[in-house]
Design a protein around this ligand. Structure first.
Ligand SMILES: [Zn+2]
Length: 275
């Protein structure tokens, strides 16, 4: 069974501040070591659960946070910028399971560097009326290809939000939030052990998992920070204005919904920088 692993970074045990997950400083280097260990724990668990091939898609910031030669399980590694399917690049219908590692809460969550794609643009995202973070949005792509999302690891908010949207997903909570910039983390070795055993169970049960949690047609609604962001987003095909700062992307084609969302995020980046 082929397993697809999308790795973010803010949901890693011990990581609580941007300095630990963005840039080239010593704290970010240390954060990447912690992330690598958690990614490898998920891979080892997946292999123990029956995975025969692993693809890791680096989904955080510059999207090249992992030393390729130190990734476990002989996994191949998708890294770098301008990937058309962004956090889900590389997934297709040949995979048997999707794993989300080191995910964080949505922009409104009180935890762990919470945001939803661009924190300067997106104030809230909802799928069919339910508030969601990146895991839920990315699950649209998995559902399109009929591949079940079976594991999420990260802080308690990320795991709770994901479980609310994807019934049956296995969760490994590696830290409890104290604030958006503080958390109580498991010791990294315990976090990795938890991830390893949860990933094993998740992948072992993947064949029985529901391949899509979404009832079509899907409506992805976005509240954005300014009217200019909302206006610019409507230049993207499929993005409708639903209010001064409200957007809607809807349809039966879940991949098209995700692609319009990614295009809107990319296009509004410069507009979102302006106050
Ligand atoms: Zn993220």
């Amino acid at each position: 069974m082929k397993v697809f692993l999308s790795s973010d970074m803010e949901g890693t045990a011990g990581v609580v501040d941007w300095e630990q997950c963005v840039g080239d400083g010593p704290e970010a280097a240390a954060g990447r070591r912690l992330l690598l260990a958690e990614v490898n724990a998920a891979i080892e668990g997946a292999v123990a659960g029956g995975a025969t091939e692993i693809v890791v898609n680096d989904s955080h910031a510059t999207m090249r946070n992992l030393p390729a030669s130190e990734i476990a399980g002989g996994a191949s590694y998708i890294s770098g910028s301008h990937k058309p399917l962004y956090m889900m690049q590389g997934l297709d219908g040949s995979f048997g399971a999707v794993l989300f590692v080191s995910y964080h809460g949505s922009v409104g969550a009180p935890a762990g560097l919470s945001h939803t794609y661009n924190p300067r643009a997106v104030v809230e995202a909802r799928i069919n009326g339910q508030v969601t973070g990146e895991a839920g949005i990315n699950a649209l792509v998995a559902a399109h290809y009929g591949v079940p999302v079976v594991l999420v690891t990260g802080d308690s908010c990320a795991c709770g939000e994901t479980a609310a949207l994807i019934p049956g997903v296995h969760s490994a909570v590696v830290k409890e939030h104290v604030s958006r910039l503080a958390a109580h983390s498991l010791h990294p070795s315990r976090a990795c052990a938890l991830i390893r055993e949860t990933a094993q169970r998740a992948v072992a049960g993947a064949a029985q998992a529901e391949s899509s949690p979404f009832a079509a047609p899907v409506s992805l609604e976005l509240s954005v920070r300014t009217t200019d962001i909302a206006e610019a987003a409507t230049w993207v095909r499929g993005v409708e204005r639903a209010g001064p700062r409200e957007l809607r992307i809807s349809g039966d084609d879940l991949l098209a919904v995700y692609r319009s969302f990614c295009a809107a995020i990319l296009l509004t980046r410069t507009v979102a920088e302006a106050m």
